[in-house]
Design a protein around this ligand. Structure first.
Ligand code: FSX
Ligand code: SF4
Ligand code: F3S
Length: 314
């Protein structure tokens, strides 16, 4: 172990995280990314001895900031720090100290300095009607800012359902003409779908890029296959009850607590591609179906229009 790595582990221990905990996380991340266990030490190295810190410009448009909250707080209390150490986050409105003109200057300078080299992470949907007039920050429309920044990025990662496909902003009647980034700008984006998305899928995408020098393989709507290659239903622990016809008929009933299938109270697991049942949320604590709530299909495009009313027998 070289000096840099030793310093990294000492720093982790200072935060109360043992090397064992860290390796457990790397094992989990490697499996989530669909890589064989031989990659675990290499994944650890991405964090412990990063070759270079990749500049990131993180934009916020029409959304609730739940994606940032999920990414920086809920997973493991120390992962946000790790991610911030391998990434050089140049602009992020939620966590940056700068405000007002200072923040605008920082955005402008970072785009110029890292032109063609930075990853643009976008959170939130973009208003497209009326010259983008339904969404502005600092006197500029989301559309204007997105065009300026995304066109100079090495790649665009949409974190969350809003930037990926428009989400609730784009639900009918959508007076502002909100769209996801790819549709609004006519570009290809990597889409970390879900409202909020699981932060592990974002971290996996970034680590894939740092480790293998490329973005992960995607499905035909831009979602990384390692996370969105199978349906919720494919890996649901309630699946046995689905097969044997043991359904929850009343939302919140005893059967729900006992783990019967939620299909009859509106579960969209069979048509929703995501890995929630495998990776879970909040550091592996739980996920909607485990908590007795049907999957509402939050990682499928247009789920508000297509899947409402929720809780309706299918
Ligand atoms: Fe959207 Fe993210 Fe849902 Fe919220 O910002 S995916 S509304 S959790 O926060 O974009
Ligand atoms: Fe499928 Fe939903 Fe039933 Fe799970 S609860 S088996 S995802 S229908
Ligand atoms: Fe969303 Fe369904 Fe997972 S609602 S969080 S995709 S279980």
């Amino acid at each position: 172990m070289d000096k840099e790595e030793r310093a990294f582990y000492e720093k982790l221990e200072g935060k109360g995280v043992s090397r064992r905990d860290f390796m457990k996380f790397c094992t989990f991340l490697t499996a989530t990314m669909g890589l064989s266990s031989s990659f675990i030490p290499k994944v650890a190295e991405v964090f412990a001895a990063p070759a270079q810190r990749t500049p990131v410009i993180w934009l916020h448009f029409g959304e609730c900031t739940g994606c940032t909250e999920a990414a920086i707080r809920a997973m493991y209390p120390w992962i946000d720090q790790l991610v911030l150490e391998v990434l050089d986050v140049e602009y992020q409105e939620t966590i940056m100290a700068a405000a007002g003109h200072q923040a605008e200057e920082q955005l402008h300078n970072a785009v110029e300095k890292y032109k063609g080299k930075f990853i643009c992470v976008v959170e939130g949907a973009i208003a497209t009607k009326f010259n983008g007039g339904y969404g502005k920050v600092a006197g500029k429309t989301f559309l204007q800012t997105a065009k300026e920044v995304c066109s100079k990025a090495a790649g665009v990662i949409c974190i969350g359902q809003c930037s990926s496909y428009g989400n609730i902003q784009a639900a009918k009647p959508n007076p502002g003409g909100y769209k996801g980034v790819g549709a609004a700008l006519g570009i290809k984006t990597v889409n970390i779908a879900g409202c909020p998305p699981n932060p592990i899928n974002f971290v996996g995408t970034i680590v894939n890029y740092l480790l293998l020098g490329k973005l992960p393989a995607l499905d035909d709507i831009g979602r990384p296959l390692f996370a969105y290659g199978q349906t919720i239903h494919d890996n649901c622990p309630r699946r046995g009850h689905f097969e044997s016809g043991e359904f929850v008929e009343v939302f919140g009933s005893k059967e729900a607590a006992e783990g019967y299938c939620l299909f009859k109270v509106g579960c969209r697991g069979p048509e929703t591609y995501n890995n929630c049942s495998i990776v879970k949320f909040n550091g592996g604590t739980s996920w909607p179906v485990q908590a007795g709530h049907p999957c509402i299909g939050c990682s499928q495009p247009d789920f508000w229009d297509k899947f409402t009313p929720f809780y309706q027998e299918l």
